[in-house]
Design a protein around this ligand. Structure first.
Ligand code: XMP
Ligand code: MG
Length: 179
């Protein structure tokens, strides 16, 4: 598995420090509120579990799955809800936890859906951002790291469902997906 990685971009320790920093900011900003924290499956599952442990305000969690890249490395532009939330977002302060923003299509669709369902606020925290690839205008409220335009895996992110368990984020060798 490690042999398929061209370069480690951020180590487990660097990611951990950044997650704690984001958690401290969110804890201060959500003081006195009870946010509904939504994990966008599957990629955000590790970030979500690490992040909520660093947030000190009471909160609820829920999960959503939307269609993404499948086994390809490019967005199809088609977003579909595969698993919806269990709870209502009406009147709630919603915090969307994303692994990575690329074109921004997935997230702009999600924000729109959650706003139309009557949420009080919709805020986005993403661990990784590839702003160079944006096709819709979208700026996350909180972000961890800005990445170069390379396909990355690890810390929840996959290629063809593999590599999610790597504790760091790294660039996948192109020969892995060009085979
Ligand atoms: P969009 O283009 O809608 O895509 O912003 C966001 C979703 O695409 C996936 N994605 C990646 N997954 N390595 C991955 O493993 C990457 O480099 C990458 N870029 C985008 C991811 O699921 C994200 O939620
Ligand atoms: Mg994926």
């Amino acid at each position: 598995m490690q042999n398929d990685i061209k370069e480690v971009l951020y180590s487990e320790e660097q990611i951990g420090a950044k997650v704690r920093e984001l958690g401290a900011k969110l804890s201060a900003d959500y003081e006195g509120r009870n946010p509904l924290v939504i994990c966008v499956l599957k990629g955000a599952f590790i970030f979500m579990s690490d992040l909520v442990k660093t947030i000190t305000v009471p909160l609820e969690i829920d999960f959503m799955a939307v269609s993404s890249y499948g086994a390809s490395t490019k967005s199809s532009g088609v977003v579909k809800i595969i698993k919806d939330l269990d709870v209502s977002v009406e009147g709630r302060d919603v915090l969307i936890v994303e692994d990575i923003i690329d074109s921004g299509l997935t997230l702009s669709y999600l924000i729109d859906v959650l706003e139309r369902r009557g949420s009080n606020s919709v805020t986005v925290v993403t661990l990784f951002d590839k702003p160079a690839r944006r096709t819709v205008s979208l700026e996350p409220h909180y972000k961890g790291f800005t990445l170069p335009d390379e396909f990355v895996v690890g810390y929840g992110l996959d290629y063809a469902e593999q590599y999610r368990n790597l504790p760091y984020i790294g660039i996948l060798k192109p020969q892995v997906y060009e085979k």
